[in-house]
Design a protein around this ligand. Sequence first.
Ligand SMILES: Cc1ncc(COP(=O)(O)O)c(C=O)c1O
Length: 385
Amino acid sequence: MKLTSRARFSTVCLHAGQEPDPTTGAIITPIYQTSTYVQEALGRHKGYEYARTQNPTRMALEGNLAAIEGGKAAFAFASGMAAIGAIATLLQSGDHVVVSDNTYGGTFRLFDKVLQRYQLSFSYVDTSRLDEVERAFTSATKMLFVETPTNPVMRLTDLGAAADLAHRHGVRLVVDNTFASPALQRPIEFGADIVTHSTTKYLNGHSDSVGGVVVAVRDDDIEWLKFVQNAEGAILSPFDSWLVLRGTKTLPLRMLQHSANGLALAQFLCGHAKVKHVYYPGLPSHPQHELAKRQMRGFGGMLAFDLGSLEAARRVLNGVKLHALAESLGGVETLISHPATMTHASVPADRRQEIGITDGLVRISAGIEDIEDLKEDLAQALDAV
Ligand SMILES: Cc1ncc(COP(=O)(O)O)c(C=O)c1O
């Protein structure tokens, strides 16, 4: 099952990192549920000593994800936050990081409440405005941490320009690619040094696993991340690795349907009298639609819309039947949520207002159901507003 260097994206998703099991020929990489490996003699073994350090299921997934993102190596962690925590260990006390201002609330919490205690400092900037990013750089800046599109107001950062700017200042560009997935956007092609994901979302895609990954290209980063993954030990379990490996086989197909449903729902909401504003990069009215067309291969399943008040949002969130009211995103089933009180509750209220997360904002992660069923469900919930 050797992949040629010409292998196209969906072929890479299906096969990269995986060989038929050497013992039985099983086409699917087994779940190696073991904590240790028997050695043939003192100092002689098959390359596996202890399962925190090496596990064949996890290593198959890591090979798969490195290839899918176009990186050199990948490291799988117990959650998306554990992956971001591992990236932060590339920093040293006194270092400064510039971060997208409406980054995921949990990322903000990690930076603001935990990492600041270790003499790291963070500036939150609208990274869609690279002049502001450049102004925020100091001589201590070592990392530019970008989410694009952002959660939940779908603001984009120009990845190529951000990479050029970061590298001119000797700064690493780290991209959290969870929202787009590599099927729609591959930041390393634009010059990113590190890509991270909550694999909990589109990469696994079936709402049945929590995990994270870091994909790197620089040899010094790879060496350190491999060391830290083992030293801190926040590894992805064999079963979760197997689930994500199964998920990536259908990633290109799922993303086509997520994107088609995302666009159709955005268009439906745009034309609805009760909706004040729709945030979706696939709409020509999105201020960065042209950039989205340039750096994304589809606009994804994430959208948000503003109903103008908490009461209106509550009626819709409580009125939907098929849309599941839940945190998270990127699964095959459609989820609906209220960022101000759910995903972004840990962001202070004044900062939420600044970045457009109003009390009337509702976020949808469009699944792969029949679009007519989704539209009907939203329409009946909007009738109650
Ligand atoms: C963009 C983004 N990054 C990182 C995370 C953290 O991932 P996890 O929940 O797997 O720790 C999330 C979770 O929602 C997310 O949306």
